[in-house]
Structure formats: structure tokens, C-alpha cells
Design a protein around this ligand. Sequence first.
Ligand code: PNS
Length: 178
Amino acid sequence: MTKPRVALFPGSFDPFTNGHLDLARRASALFDQVVIAVAENSAKSSLFTPQERVEMIEDAIRGLKGASAIHFSGLLVDCARRIGAQAIIRGLRAVSDFEFEFQMALMNRRLEPGVEIAFLMPSQEFTYLNSTLVKEVARHGGDISGLVPALVARRLREKLRPPAAKARAARKAPGRSG
Ligand code: PNS
């Protein structure tokens, strides 16, 4: 039996966007398994916990053949070794992504020469999209439909709703206190 081709698709995914989903779909067409890995120890402070991010990703990739989600801490290459990944997938949206991605790819290759780094381009409609912008738009009540999976949109609204709106919703919700 031939060994399954496994790709690791890592990121902060805070939160997972439709651009990430586009890349996961492209990766799943190339690999037998795509493991989407949420970094716990990203230098960025995050809105969602790793567990919340994994849950939202699992919902978004339901039905995507061979795709799964995990969270990891420590070095990415150690995670790649643990899951037996032959490749690490990263997205390139624009030239501005390239420098950092190139540095990271070469460092990861130095740490683990046995894992290939593969760059995929998302569909053109997602080239401007990133998680930080989505959070910014959601925080100010802007329309994020079409930018993120449905569950992510709902969770963002819940997390970022202004306190007054949250209090109103709690008063309206039957059988709930506090
Ligand atoms: O979505 P992001 O924030 O661009 O993802 C960056 C991420 C999580 C892939 C990167 O920070 C990472 O790999 N973190 C794990 C720690 C690690 O291995 N660092 C060395 C990378 S050269």
C-alpha cells in the first residue's frame, strides 16, 4: 500500500476565513490528508481560544475529503514530524507576503529538510482578505458575510457585539440569567 500524502496547513486562523477555506480545498485536491493546524503560541494575541478556532474550522471543512483540524504548540516542524506530513502548505496572496514566508520556509527547511514547503495562491477574490481585517470590520458592525464561514460570522458577532447589545440580547433570551 502506498503511503498517504499528508499536508500540514498551519496558521493562527484567528479566525479561519473563506480565503483559508479556499486554500484548504486546493490542498485537499493535491494531498490525501490535509491537517489544518492552529498555532497556540503565535506571537499575536488572539480573539478566539485554540479550541474555539479548531471547532470553527471543523465546521467549515465538514465534507472536505481528508481534511481535519488540530491545535499545536511548539515548533511547526515538530508538529509536521508527529503527524507524518511530507509538506507544509502556506498561502501567498500578494508579493508583500513573500519575504516573511520565504524566511519562514527556509528556517523550517533548515530545521527539517525532509518536509517540503508548498505555496498555494487563493482565488483572486480573497487576495485582500485577512483575519485582522475581518475582525476590524466585524468590530464596527460591518458586513462580513461572504468573507468567513457562517459559524465564524456568528461567533464573531457574539464576541464583538458591543456590551449594550449583549445586555439587551441576554434580557430577551428566555430562561437565561446573568
Ligand atoms: O497565520 P500566521 O500567523 O501567519 O501563522 C504563522 C505560524 C503559526 C505558521 C508560525 O508562526 C509558526 O509556524 N509558529 C509555530 C512556531 C514555529 O515553528 N516558529 C518557527 C517558524 S520559522
